[in-house]
Design a protein around this ligand. Structure first.
Ligand code: C2E
Ligand code: CA
Ligand code: CA
Length: 250
C-alpha cells in the first residue's frame, strides 16, 4: 500500500494550500489499484482500521521528514473510515503521532464522510470534540451526498466542509438542472460563510466549474482540473517548486 496526494489550490492566490492523502494498492506486477476496489471490502472485514493507521503513520512521518529537512509543507488530510471510531485508541493514535513525529495537530487534518455522522452521532461527536480540543481540524467529507446534510451541519462540530462537484452537477447538458445546480451551490456557499465554515470544492474537473466556483467565492478547489492525485515523489517535487500559502508560524 502506498500514499498518493491530491493537491488543493486557492484559485484566487493560485497557491498550493493543502493536500488529501489517498491510498493506492501497488500490485507486484506494478499495476495500481484504486481504493474503490478494496476499501469497501476492508471496511466490512474491519481490516480498514489497520490500513488507515498505517496511512496516518506514513503521512505523519512524511511531514516530519520534510520539516526536519527544512522543506515546505502544507497540511495533509487523511481519510477516516466509520469503522475507526469504534477503535478505543482512536484519539490516542493521533496524539501519539504528533508527539512521535514532532508535528502539529494542524498539520494533519481528518476527513470524516458525512454519512458516518448519522450512524452513531453521539459517539462520533464526542470523539470529534476531543480531537478538536487538542487542535485537530475536522473536514466533513462528501457534503451533500447524504440524506440529511443540512441537519448534520446543525449538530456536528466541523472546521471545513468538502463539497463534491460530482453530487451537484453543472455540466449535464440540461439547462434547468444546470441552473438549479448553480443556485444550490451558491446557497450552500453562502450558508457556509454565515456559519463561518470554509468550503473546499472537490471533484472539480472543468474550467467552467472552477470559474463558477470562483464567481460564488469558493476559492479552495481540488480536482482533476488542477491536478490528479500524485505519487509522493511527484507531490514532493510540487511542494519543492511552489510557495505554499500555508504559513507554519501562524
Ligand atoms: P474521497 O475521500 O471522496 O476522495 C476523493 C476521490 O475523488 C478520490 O478517489 C480522488 O482520486 C477522486 N477525484 C479527485 N479529483 C477528481 C475529479 O476531478 N473528478 C472525479 N470524478 N474524481 C476525482 P480515490 O483515490 O479512488 O478514493 C476513493 C475513496 O476511497 C475516497 O473518496 C475515500 O472515501 C476512500 N479512501 C481513499 N483513501 C483512503 C484511506 O486511506 N482510508 C480510507 N478509510 N478510505 C480511503
Ligand atoms: Ca476524502
Ligand atoms: Ca470526498
Amino acid at each position: 500500500f502506498c500514499l498518493y496526494v491530491q493537491p488543493q489550490y486557492n484559485q484566487i492566490t493560485e497557491k498550493l494550500v493543502g493536500g488529501e492523502v489517498l491510498v493506492r494498492w501497488k500490485k507486484q506486477d506494478g499495476t495500481i489499484v484504486t481504493p474503490g476496489e478494496f476499501v469497501p471490502v476492508m471496511e466490512r472485514s474491519g481490516l480498514i482500521s489497520r490500513l488507515d493507521e498505517f496511512i496516518w503513520n506514513q503521512t505523519a512521518k512524511y511531514l516530519s521528514n520534510r520539516i526536519k529537512n527544512k522543506q515546505n509543507i502544507v497540511p495533509l488530510a487523511v481519510n477516516i473510515s466509520r469503522r475507526d471510531f469504534y477503535n478505543p485508541r482512536f484519539c490516542e493514535i493521533f496524539y501519539n503521532l504528533t508527539e512521535k513525529y514532532g508535528i502539529l495537530p494542524e498539520h494533519l487534518d481528518l476527513e470524516v464522510t458525512e454519512s458516518a455522522y448519522i450512524e452513531n452521532a453521539d459517539l462520533i461527536i464526542g470523539i470529534i470534540n476531543e480531537l478538536r480540543s487538542r487542535g485537530f481540524k475536522i473536514k466533513m467529507d462528501d457534503f451533500g451526498s447524504g440524506y440529511s446534510s443540512l441537519n448534520t451541519l446543525k449538530t456536528v462540530p466541523v472546521d471545513t466542509i468538502k463539497l463534491d462537484m460530482q453530487f451537484i452537477t453543472l455540466d449535464d447538458g440540461d439547462e434547468t438542472s444546470n441552473f438549479r445546480g448553480g443556485v444550490i451551490l451558491d446557497s450552500v456557499l453562502r450558508m457556509a460563510h454565515w456559519l463561518g465554515l470554509p468550503v473546499i470544492a472537490e471533484g472539480v474537473e472543468t474550467r467552467k466549474q472552477a470559474e463558477f466556483l470562483k464567481s460564488i467565492d469558493c476559492a479552495i478547489i481540488q480536482g482533476f482540473y488542477f491536478s490528479k492525485p500524485l505519487p509522493l515523489d511527484e507531490f514532493s517535487a510540487l511542494l519543492d517548486n511552489s510557495v505554499p500559502e500555508y504559513n507554519d508560524s501562524k
